[in-house]
Ligand binder design. Structure first.
Ligand code: ZN
Length: 311
């Protein structure tokens, strides 16, 4: 039952590129997915700089979570990485070099679907080495007022997410999913980012959101959706929050075996949860099963989590 977590590590077969505008800079950026050796992890590389600067996609390198998730090293930044990170998790990619010719990843259509398509073009290759996993061993909780994010022991990676915006179209949406590769592609990857017209105006005034348009986000005024094509799912908003959480949790640096329960969470809280999971003694264990049956045995040893074990 480990559809998202095949036993061996994966990378790409070939290089594959795409180009698009950054949401905040409005600048055109080209990215290239490149194969990488086993145990390399996901590493971004600013190839427009000389010398080039590498930044591993790890929680310790997160420098900003206010509007999106940005990695940094010294003065160098790579922003809006979460949708690509989610696509990499959704396709089970462990090792990759991501060349980026700018300070921000392209926003494309505001979802992970174009990145999933690009990963398809690069092709997926299985490697010899077994994977490492972050096995959640006891509940890890972070809270901020009425917002919370918790990781609980579970046999598979699953997410239960609730949002409650003060808006008639997105109050009290909840979505639950077992993150299999199929479920990610079908239920999550196509969900677009969203924003409110008044916030878009404020961002523009601050010189941000320059690349933003109805082509790469669902935009709402006080009562309506402004996009003429409407929504891709009736609950597209909460599905996009799940997409963001998958991308943020990917910064643990390895697949998580556990259940995320999130209420009104966002990038900052997701990031705090990952940091706590990695630093709190006894909360998680890093495991590298040497055979498929060892991985199955590990799963069997985790008590069934009542909330989502039965799909
Ligand atoms: Zn997002």
């Amino acid at each position: 039952m480990l559809d998202l977590h095949p036993f061996r590590q994966r990378t790409f077969r070939h290089r594959a590129s795409l180009e698009g505008v950054g949401l905040h800079s409005g600048a055109n950026v080209r990215i290239t997915l490149c194969p990488a050796p086993a145990d390399h992890g996901i590493v971004f590389e600013r190839t427009d700089l000389s010398p080039r600067v590498e930044i591993p996609a790890l929680a310790e390198n997160v420098v900003d979570t206010t509007l999106n998730t940005s990695l940094g090293r010294g003065q160098v930044r790579i922003g809006t990485i979460e949708h690509l990170m989610a696509a990499l998790v959704g396709c089970g990619i462990d090792n990759a070099r991501i060349e980026v010719e700018g300070a921000e990843l392209p926003i494309l259509d505001g979802s992970a679907a174009p990145f999933v398509q690009l990963i398809g073009e690069a092709g997926v290759k299985e490697q010899r080495n077994a994977r490492r996993y972050l096995l959640v061993q006891r509940p890890i909780v972070v809270e901020d007022g009425d917002k919370s994010a918790r990781l609980l022991p579970a046999r598979r990676f699953s997410i239960d997410y609730t949002i409650d915006f003060k808006h008639p179209l997105i109050s009290d949406q909840r979505h639950r999913v077992h993150l299999s590769e199929k479920a990610f592609h079908k239920e999550i990857a196509r969900a677009r980012t969203f924003g409110f017209k008044r916030d878009v105006e404020r961002l523009h005034a601050a010189g941000l959101g320059r690349g933003g348009s109805l082509a790469n986000a669902v935009v709402l005024d006080d009562f309506n959706i402004l996009n003429p094509e409407g929504l891709r799912f009736p609950d597209e908003f909460v599905r996009h929050k799940i997409l963001d959480a998958v991308g943020d949790l990917a910064l643990a640096g390895m697949p998580i075996i556990g259940h995320l329960d999130a209420v009104k969470s966002g990038h900052a809280l997701n990031h705090a949860l990952v940091k706590k999971a990695l630093s709190e003694p006894g909360a998680c264990a890093v495991v590298r099963p040497r055979a498929e049956r060892e991985l199955s045995a590990l799963h069997e040893a985790v008590p069934a989590f009542a909330g989502l074990e039965v799909a």
